[in-house]
Design a protein around this ligand. Structure first.
Ligand code: SAH
Length: 213
């Protein structure tokens, strides 16, 4: 079956799973996931499952990518920050919904492979940084939307500080070992409103850069 057909089937699966936002579905449909997975897993690029990538990390399951993207409620003029570039797939989907995405990854190897994929896909509205994403991307703050794709023990305060007034952040939090949940936070005049979404499983958000310790 061609990649186009498999991608269309994935969109139908996502609809059945409850993804409703047509802009999100269009962004997923426009993004060739096979270009973001390791060649050995190319035949599984459109299966609805997470897959291993380099440096012991994973590319998220398409359903989780779609759900998190929908939950982020990206508006056409928003500046978006993603923490945990990984393969670059989630970032590529986000880049189709807004003028510019900023993304931070702690592994240089992953950041460089993602950069090549963005170039090949003609995605020119992405700015990358190799660094500790717990510290955000202070050079370009504030951000209207922040998505974290690795699980922290608690909400990183530095990221909250880089979120615009009325901004939205979607992130997995691991309250205790083995218990991770996806949360949506909204910043308003009164403070931070937290909304529980679903239980999830992400790789951990790790402080510092590889080789630091
Ligand atoms: N969004 C990615 C998911 C990758 S998995 C995708 O679509 O493929 C999560 C990523 O977060 C991993 O690549 C991991 O290296 C990265 N990560 C973990 N802790 C980090 C940190 N403190 N700063 C930046 N990236 C981090």
């Amino acid at each position: 079956m061609s990649a186009d057909r498999r991608r269309n089937q994935l969109i139908e699966t996502l609809r059945r799973q409850g993804i409703r936002d047509e802009r999100v579905l269009t962004a997923v449909a426009a993004t060739a996931r096979e270009a973001f997975v390791e060649p050995a897993f190319a035949d599984q690029a459109y299966a609805d499952r997470a897959l291993p990538i380099a440096c012991g990390q994973t590319i998220s399951q398409p359903y989780i990518v779609a759900l998190m993207t929908e939950a982020l409620r990206v508006e056409p003029a928003n500046r978006v920050l993603e923490i945990g570039t990984g393969s670059g797939y989630q970032c590529a989907v986000l880049s189709r919904l807004c003028p510019h995405v900023y993304t931070v990854e702690r592994f240089r190897t992953l950041a460089e492979s993602a950069r090549e994929r963005f170039q090949t896909a003609g995605l020119l509205n992405i700015t990358q940084k190799v660094g500790d994403g717990s510290l955000g991307f202070p050079e370009h703050e504030p951000y209207d939307r922040i998505m974290v794709t690795a699980a922290a023990r608690e909400v990183p305060e530095t990221l909250l500080a880089q979120l615009s007034p009325r901004g939205i952040m979607v992130l997995p939090i691991e309250e205790r070992p083995g218990k991770q949940d996806l949360w949506r936070l909204r910043k308003d005049e009164r403070g931070i409103e937290r909304e529980h979404l679903i239980p999830v499983r992400f790789v951990p958000l790790v402080d510092g850069l590889p080789g630091d310790r």
